[in-house]
Write a protein that binds this ligand. Structure first.
Ligand code: AVJ
Ligand code: FE
Length: 438
């Protein structure tokens, strides 16, 4: 982005805004009005809340703060403030209806396109100004992934369709090795990186082994068959408490059918595919599996080093495959396939260490709490990430099939409560080498 001239940058931003809005429209046009206003799960907002919230944030951040324009709907700020109302309570609010919400979004968007035309984007200010637009694109894309998770929780006939992902590869070594040493973590130069990804800083990481691919359904089923859910040896205390309370027996959406596992996905019921990364597991289930396998979850430092460090140059890459933006050949992103690709897919997305599918397919739980990097400065609001720092949230990395390429990169940090299962999260394991192993 730094290399784009003013007009190209303007065009790029306009195209990203339009592309993102098409996805929001697809996700909300796929169901009828009744479905849009209904709450499909207490874990989620009604789809129509996400839709109008996207417009409301765009009004607050771009139209009012950056543009200094008159408010469009100051009367609804509170309704769409995520800190004011819990998801479970949102259906009871006097929300905009589907038609009003769509109208509101398009009014706000017209003002944003005006602003984009008039915003001076010269010199250094160019990328700075573009950041505000980039942040809004990412925010909408994040809600598009949230809306996709709502679709997964929705009962009724299938409403979404997509092509199957490319095939996997089974003849890969099960683990890769990353030798000890420093690498540059985070970024100070990535144009659209959010506050929590900044600044770049040197980190020393001890040698570790990392699974080449995410843990598959077949592997996870062996843990279930071995009685893993009921063996306290594999569970942390907090994990065990949650396992009891939620009566966990298998990943969310799995259904036992005689001797086999079925699962429902976006309204289709099918046999659980053996070679796909497991998805819809909580941090606690991931942690228990890793313990059972004699391994552990990677730290986010380990994850990012595996994904970005290039030993040939000593530099950190933007993505595992290099510095180019993701294409459909690199990774399963952007809701083009509504499922993870089988393990070993995307050879062109391979990292220098040999690991695959670090970007896309499934978010990967790490063992790390969500904490600020040294030198962190909240931007543009404390509410974006700072208020979430602490031991309550675990970091997830890499993005899923539901994540857009604009909201995913080697430095991107997602976070959630360790009990969450409705997100598109899986994991891979790491382990510390035993002495003299190498
Ligand atoms: C980064 C995915 C945890 O969805 O709660 C959306 C992103 N922040 N609106 C979330 C976000 C404000 C956030 N996550
Ligand atoms: Fe939001």
């Amino acid at each position: 982005l730094q290399e784009l001239g003013t007009e190209d940058l303007r065009e790029h931003v306009a195209a990203e805004l339009a592309r993102t809005r098409r996805r929001s429209a697809q996700l909300t046009d796929a169901v009828d009005d009744e479905d849009l206003v209904k709450q499909h799960s207490p874990l989620m907002s009604p789809l129509v809340w996400d839709l109008a919230h996207v417009g409301s944030q765009e009004e607050l951040w771009l139209v009012r703060d950056v543009g200094g324009r008159e408010p469009v709907r100051p009367d609804i700020d509170d309704l769409y403030d995520a800190f004011q109302h819990r998801r479970a309570d949102r259906p009871e609010l006097p929300l905009l209806g589907p038609t009003e919400a769509r109208q509101y979004l398009s009014t706000v968007r017209d003002k944003v396109f005006d602003l984009l035309d008039e915003t001076p984007m010269e010199g250094r200010r160019l990328v700075d100004r573009a950041f505000a637009f980039g942040m809004i694109v990412q925010h909408e894309q994040q809600h598009d992934e949230t809306m996709l998770a709502t679709h997964q929780l929705r009962d009724g006939p299938p409403a979404l369709d997509a092509e199957p992902p490319p095939p996997g590869e089974t003849a890969l070594p099960s683990e890769v090795y990353v030798p000890a040493g420093h690498f540059t973590m985070g970024t100070s130069t990535e144009a659209w990186a959010l506050d929590n990804e900044r600044p770049a800083h040197e980190v020393h990481v001890e040698a570790f082994h990392l699974d080449t691919t995410p843990v598959t359904n077949a592997e996870f089923a062996r843990f279930i068959d071995a009685g893993g859910y009921h063996d306290p040896r594999w569970w942390s205390e907090a994990g065990q408490r949650y396992r009891h309370k939620a009566s966990l027996e298998a990943p969310r959406f799995w259904i036992r059918d005689g001797g086999r596992w079925m699962r429902s996905r976006f309204g289709h019921v099918e046999e659980v595919p053996c070679d796909e990364p497991v998805v819809h597991v909580s941090f606690y289930e991931a942690e228990a599996y890793a313990a059972w396998a004699g391994k552990r979850l990677p730290t986010e430092q380990e994850w990012e080093k595996a994904a970005r460090f290039d030993p040939a140059t000593g530099r950190s890459r933007r993505y595992p495959w290099g510095d180019e933006d993701p294409t459909p050949d690199h990774a399963n992103l952007g809701q083009s396939h509504l499922q993870p690709a089988p393990a070993g897919a995307y050879p062109l997305g391979e990292a220098p260490c040999g690991a695959r599918q670090l970007i896309g397919d499934v978010w990967e739980w790490t063992s790390s709490d969500f904490l600020p990097y040294p030198g962190f400065a909240a931007f543009p609001y404390r509410e974006y990430s700072e208020v979430f720092f602490g031991a309550d949230h675990k970091v997830l990395r890499g993005g899923s099939f539901g994540t857009d390429r604009a909201a995913c990169r080697g430095t991107f940090r997602n976070w959630d409560f360790p009990i969450r299962r409705q997100i598109f999260a899986g994991f891979r394991c790491a382990r510390t080498p035993i002495p003299d192993e190498r």
